[in-house]
Write a protein that binds this ligand. Structure first.
Ligand SMILES: [Zn+2]
Length: 314
């Protein structure tokens, strides 16, 4: 069981830890010491590892299956964060319960919300929510902007290695360009009227906007709000009206809502399959293809396309 800390104690703990941790500073030229970087979600860690290469030592707070919307820092996390030299997090209210910690720790070192890389006019908002939609990694083109920002920040922090970061980033950006094209080509295989993506929570709006697929979910852009009966009813109606063959569970969200929808559709004398599990807010296990950003997006694309075309799962 991991220890949870109450907010008041938390601020005191951070203050104490910050006071006795070594000052965050850029490594000296020719230093063999890698920069200690801490990230929240795995998708950000993937960028930092690829761009930073041997010059970064990346700790990722949220592993496979972890929901960033609901995540609260453990005592260990606070220690990890106070030992970091740079912190990258999603921002756009993704890690809603860590705002205070980032603010406090940001007083003594760079704490960067990568969501700031996305121009305001490309940040989506959701009906009924005062917050922006934080799921920017679902559009590979936006993730390329995030990669640019991370490259820039690492170079700023560690100028002697800036050229290395830029070179590494070029290789990673080439992968992203290929991935973006792959996603579009695959989604294009699904006839336009069949392009309907139903998931539990609204993590796929950027994906839908980028690759041309209609997106529905009973639960809003954060899993912190519960899906209401009316939201579920509306989703069932979409599935029935548009004859959607399959809907999807997510690796970081309990499957109950999706199961309730399947039952609701069956109650209307129709059937809908669970087309597989998508990686929405967390990557897969490390050491598997889905444990990388590219692998996660490919898995989602392949799972969605197979299920909507009624093909056997790949
Ligand atoms: Zn989410």
């Amino acid at each position: 069981m991991r220890l949870r800390i109450i907010p008041l104690l938390l601020s005191m703990l951070i203050a104490a830890l910050v006071a006795c941790s070594p000052a965050a500073s850029a490594p000296q030229t020719e230093s063999t010491n890698a920069i200690n970087v801490v990230t929240t979600i795995g998708m950000i860690a993937d960028v930092v590892k690829n761009v930073g290469g041997e010059w970064v030592n990346v700790t990722q707070l949220m592993g496979p299956g972890v929901d960033p919307h609901l995540y609260t820092a453990t005592e260990n996390d606070v220690a990890t964060l106070t030992n970091a030299q740079i912190i990258f997090y999603g921002g756009l209210h993704l890690e809603a319960r860590m705002t205070d910690i980032f603010e406090q720790i940001g007083k003594s070192r760079p704490v960067i919300a990568v969501g700031e890389a996305v121009p305001e006019d490309r940040v989506l908002s959701a009906a009924g929510s005062e917050f922006p939609d934080p799921h920017i990694w679902m559009d590979v083109e936006l993730w390329a902007l995030v990669t640019e920002k991370i490259t820039e920040e690492l170079g700023k922090f560690d100028p002697p290695n800036a050229a290395t970061y830029t070179a590494n980033a070029e290789a990673y950006q080439a992968q992203l360009a290929e991935l973006d094209k792959y996603a579009q080509d695959q989604i294009n295989r699904v006839p336009a009227e069949q392009r309907v993506l139903v998931t539990a929570h609204d993590a796929f709006h950027y994906f839908g906007a980028a690759y041309g697929i209609d997106v529905f979910a009973p639960q809003g852009i954060t899993t912190a709000a519960e899906a209401g009966v009316e939201d579920i009813r509306r989703t069932i109606q979409v599935i029935v009206d548009r004859q959607v063959p399959a809907i999807f569970v997510e690796s970081s969200v309990p499957p109950d809502i999706v199961e309730a929808i399947v039952a609701g559709v069956e109650a209307q004398g129709r059937t809908v399959a669970i087309g597989g599990s998508l990686f929405s807010d967390a990557m897969g296990n490390s050491g598997t293809p889905e444990g990388t950003y590219s692998g996660m997006i490919r898995h989602n694309v392949d799972t969605i396309v197979s299920a909507l075309l009624g093909l056997p799962a790949e």
